[in-house]
Design a protein. Structure first.
Length: 259
């Protein structure tokens, strides 16, 4: 498929953030212009991230500061997808969310019934304010048989230096401690996120393009959910390490600047 066919065939463009639009705190050169060209063509721009340590509002602030945000844009995180999943499958169930306070507020505002004393459902999000006391309580809820849901599967979160432990690493920790693994993981590459995005933005997967730098999350997510996929080589993936993955994107570009 050519870049032109991809552009013509899609109305909704889902953008991964780190490695795709910026690297830590530096925008990818030409990214702002590429996003502006898409908006001029009437395409919807949505920022889609697995990182559940921040809220959509916090991401919007960062995207504005980096000069990437435009009118009509939206952010959708794995925490947003998880909240929607809870409302459609576990509405009115007492739910404990292991997350930073602003993210817990997102669940509360969405209508999830938060309960930290005797929850029926436990959500593992990316809590960068994690303490031993929180870990101990979460482990006890799991051991007690609560429904177990994780926001996303990433083992590590990219930084300028050594990648930080992310939710996937904590899933491994709780598996060792409690013997439990999540019954559902909501974020990329899993279908919960795909279904939620299609509903939230009213666009069928066949007219949606996922743009990202990771083959095993971004591109697998797009392919598994019937979307078009665009791999950019500005982040984790290189032409050399690409060969180690079974996932094939529809189009490959050096960076989003070529869009
Ligand atoms: Mg990325």
């Amino acid at each position: 498929m050519t870049k032109e066919e991809l552009l013509g065939g899609c109305d909704l463009f889902l953008f991964d953030l780190d490695g795709t639009l910026y690297l830590a705190d530096t925008p990818v050169a030409g990214a702002a212009e590429a996003l502006a060209r898409l908006r001029e063509k009437g395409k919807r721009v949505v920022y889609l991230t697995n990182n559940s340590s921040k809220t959509g509002t916090e991401y919007e602030k960062k995207l504005r500061r980096l000069g990437l945000w435009g009118a009509g844009d939206a952010v959708y995180t794995s925490a947003d997808a998880t909240a929607e999943y809870l409302l459609s499958h576990y509405a009115k169930k007492r739910t404990h969310v292991l997350a930073a306070e602003p993210v817990r507020e997102v669940f509360r505002a969405a209508g999830v019934l938060l309960d930290d004393a005797a929850p029926e459902v436990c959500v593992l999000a990316y809590d960068t304010t994690l303490t031993f006391a929180k870990m101990k309580a979460f482990n006890e809820f799991l051991a007690g048989g609560a429904v177990y849901i994780a926001t996303h599967p990433d083992d590590v979160c990219p930084t300028d230096g050594v990648p930080m432990p992310d939710v996937g690493s904590f899933i491994a920790l709780f598996a060792r401690a409690s013997g439990r693994t999540p019954q559902v993981v909501c974020g990329k590459p899993y279908p919960v996120m795909g279904e939620c995005v299609a509903r939230a933005f009213g666009c069928p997967p066949s007219r949606t393009c996922m743009v990202g730098d990771r083959l095993h999350t971004d591109i697998r997510f797009g392919n598994a959910n019937g979307m078009r996929t665009l791999l950019v080589l500005s982040g984790e993936t290189t032409r050399e390490n690409m060969k180690n993955f079974p996932d094939t994107p529809d189009v490959i570009l050096e960076s989003v600047a070529e869009l």
